[in-house]
Design a protein around this ligand. Structure first.
Ligand code: ADP
Ligand code: GLC
Length: 489
C-alpha cells in the first residue's frame, strides 16, 4: 500500500510529546512490512535543516477556500531507515518559534493546520503519488480526512483514497472561531452539530471523526473509554455514531532509541543481566540534579508535559507529605503550566538534596531520568496510551501509574504474594490513593528487595513491538479502504 502520514509532529525533527514519537516510528514499521510510506510535516523554524540533511525540492501552489493561491516550498529528508519525509515550508505560518504556540497558543492555528493537510494532498496530486490511505493524527491534521471527501470529490485522483484518523489526545480537539471555515473552503452546510459545529465554534477533531473512513486511538482500553461520556470529552455521541469503525491499537516503542544496552545519551549502558551501569546512571542523575549521593535511596522520576491530564493536582497534593514521611528522592523534568513549574521549583527549595527539578525540554535528560531513576511516576487522570511508562520498563525503572487507558494496558500490577508484576497501580483519582501507592513502592524497595529485582527483570523483558501494532494498522487501513470503496462513510 501507499500510505501518506500527515502530522504536526515527527521525531526526531519536531516533537512536544508522544505524537512525535509515534509518527517517527510507525512509518518505519510499515516500511519494514513492505509498504510505500511518506510523512508530511511543516517545516517549522526550529527544525535544523543542516543537521537532518533537509534538501530543498520544488515550489507548489495550494488553493485555500479564501481564494488566494498560497505558494509553498517543499523539502525532503528521511527517517533513519530511509522512509521519506516531505517538509512543507510556508514561513508566514511555520517560520516562527514553537509548534502550537510560544508559549501561548498561536491565534492562527486553524489556518496553519488547515494548510498542512491540504498542501500534503496537493503534493500527492502534483507528484502523481496517489496514496491508498492517508493517515492523519489528532485535530492538527484531521482536516486531511475532510478534504478527501469534500474537495474535487468526483474528479480528484484521490477519490479512491481512504483516510484513517488516529486520536492521540481527545483532550485537544482543535476548537476555533467559525470564521476560519471560509479559509478551509467549506460553507455553512458543513457547520452542523454532527460535522464541524461545537457550541457555536468549529471543532476540527469532530469533523475528522465524521469524515474519516476509520478511527483509531492508541490503546484498546482508551478506545473503550472514549465511547463513554467522561472519556469522550463531549465527542462520545459522535464516536458512537461511528462505533463499528473505532478501534484501539497500542503504541509500540522504538527500541532503537530507547534501549539501555545502546543508549548514547546515558553515561553507562546496561542490561538485565548486568545492572552495574544503572547504578552509574543513578549516581550521575543525583549529581546532575543536585541530589545527595545516596545509592540506596529510591529515586522517583517524572518526565512530562506539565498538563492537568498528567495528574499534577494529585502530585501537588501528595508530594510534600510523601517527602516528609518517606525516605526517597524525586527528579522532575518537564515544562508547561506555569503554576506547576512554580510548584516544583519551590519543592526543590523546600527539600534540598532530595528533590531535583529541570524546567524545560531536553531529550538527553529524559533518557537520563529513565535510566537513573528506580520508579517512574505517572498518575495520569487520563492517558490514551503513554510512552514513558513503557520506556521506563525497558530501563528497569518501575512505573507507578493510575490504572487508566494505555497505562492500564501496559503495566501489570505488583502481586505481593507471588512477587510478580511490572509496576504499581492505583485506581482512584485522589491524592491519598497516590500517596499509598508510592508508600507501597517504598516499602517494597526496603523490605522486599528480591521482589524489586524480579519486577525489574519482568519489566525489562516486556516487548511493545511496533511490528505487531503496524500489522494491526494495516488491518485498519484495509477496513478503511472497504468503507471508502463501498461509500459506507
Ligand atoms: P504525551 O504524548 O501525552 O506527552 P507520552 O508518554 O505518550 O505522553 O509521550 C511523552 C513523550 O515526550 C516522551 O517521549 C517523553 O520522553 C517526552 N517528553 C515529555 N516531556 C519532556 C521534556 N520536558 N523533555 C524531554 N522529553 C519530554
Ligand atoms: C498523546 C497521549 C499519550 C500518547 C501519545 C502518543 O499525547 O497523551 O497518551 O501516548 O499521544 O500516541
Amino acid at each position: 500500500m501507499k500510505i501518506a502520514f500527515i502530522a504536526s509532529e515527527c521525531a526526531p525533527f519536531a516533537k512536544t510529546g508522544g505524537l512525535g514519537d509515534v509518527v517517527g516510528a510507525l512509518p518505519k514499521a510499515l516500511t519494514a512490512l513492505g509498504h510505500d510510506v511518506r510523512v508530511f510535516l511543516p517545516l517549522y523554524a526550529a527544525i535544523n535543516r543542516h543537521k537532518f540533511g533537509i534538501e530543498p525540492r520544488g515550489a507548489m501552489g495550494v488553493h485555500m477556500g479564501s481564494g488566494e493561491e498560497m505558494w509553498l516550498g517543499t523539502h525532503e529528508s528521511q527517517l533513519n531507515d530511509g522512509t521519506p519525509v516531505t517538509f512543507l515550508e510556508y514561513d508566514r505560518f511555520y517560520g516562527r518559534r514553537g509548534i502550537y504556540g510560544d508559549p501561548e497558543e498561536f491565534s492562527d492555528n486553524a489556518f496553519r493546520f488547515a494548510l498542512l493537510p491540504k498542501a500534503a494532498l496537493q503534493w500527492c496530486k502534483d507528484m502523481d503519488w496517489i496514496p491508498d490511505v492517508v493517515h492523519v493524527h489528532d485535530w492538527s491534521s484531521a482536516l486531511g480526512a475532510v478534504f478527501l471527501k469534500t474537495w474535487d470529490r468526483v474528479l480528484s485522483p484521490l477519490s479512491q483514497t481512504a483516510s484513517v484518523l488516529t486520536i492521540h489526545n481527545i483532550g485537544y480537539a482543535g476548537k476555533f472561531d467559525r470564521s476560519a471555515m471560509k479559509f478551509i473552503g467549506l460553507g455553512d452546510e458543513y457547520f452542523t452539530p454532527d460535522m464541524f459545529e461545537d457550541a457555536g465554534r468549529m471543532n476540527l477533531l469532530k469533523a475528522g471523526i465524521y469524515f474519516a473512513d476509520a478511527i483509531t486511538t492508541v490503546s484498546p482500553t482508551h478506545a473503550h473509554e472514549i465511547l463513554g461520556p467522561i472519556g469522550g470529552m463531549g465527542l462520545a455521541p459522535y464516536l458512537n455514531n461511528r462505533r463499528g469503525d473505532v478501534s484501539g491499537i497500542l503504541n509500540g516503542v522504538d527500541y532503537e532509541d530507547w534501549n539501555p544496552e545502546t543508549d548514547p545519551f546515558i553515561p553507562a549502558t546496561y542490561s538485565s543481566d548486568d545492572m552495574s551501569g544503572k547504578a552509574i546512571c543513578k549516581a550521575v542523575l543525583q549529581e546532575r540534579f543536585d541530589l545527595n549521593f545516596e545509592p540506596k535511596m529510591p529515586i522517583f522520576g517524572v518526565v512530562s508535559r506539565f498538563a492537568s491530564q498528567k495528574g499534577f493536582d494529585l502530585l501537588q497534593a501528595s508530594l510534600p507529605r510523601i517527602l516528609e514521611s518517606m525516605p526517597c528522592q524525586l527528579v522532575v523534568l518537564g515544562t508547561g503550566d506555569p503554576q506547576t513549574e512554580a510548584f516544583f521549583s519551590d519543592l526543590a527549595r523546600r527539600f534540598p538534596g532530595r528533590v531535583g527539578v529541570f524546567i524545560g525540554f531536553s531529550v538527553e535528560l529524559s533518557h537520563l531520568v529513565e535510566a537513573g531513576s528506580d520508579f517512574f511516576l505517572m498518575p495520569s487522570i487520563y492517558e490514551p496510551c503513554g510512552l514513558n511508562q513503557s520506556y521506563s520498563m525497558r530501563y528497569g525503572t518501575l512505573p507507578i501509574v493510575r490504572a487508566t487507558g494505555g497505562l492500564d494496558d501496559t503495566v501489570h500490577n505488583y502481586d505481593e504474594k507471588a512477587g510478580t508484576g511490572t509496576g504499581f497501580k492505583f485506581w482512584d483519582i485522589n491524592p491519598a490513593a497516590l500517596y499509598y501507592c508510592v508508600g507501597w513502592a517504598v516499602s517494597t524497595w526496603f523490605d522486599r528487595p528480591g521482589h524489586i529485582e524480579k519486577l525489574r527483570r519482568a519489566a525489562m523483558a516486556q516487548e511493545f513491538s511496533w511490528k505487531d501494532s503496524a500489522k494491526q494498522y494495516v488491518a485498519v487501513y484495509e477496513h478503511a479502504l472497504r468503507n471508502r470503496r463501498s461509500g459506507a462513510v
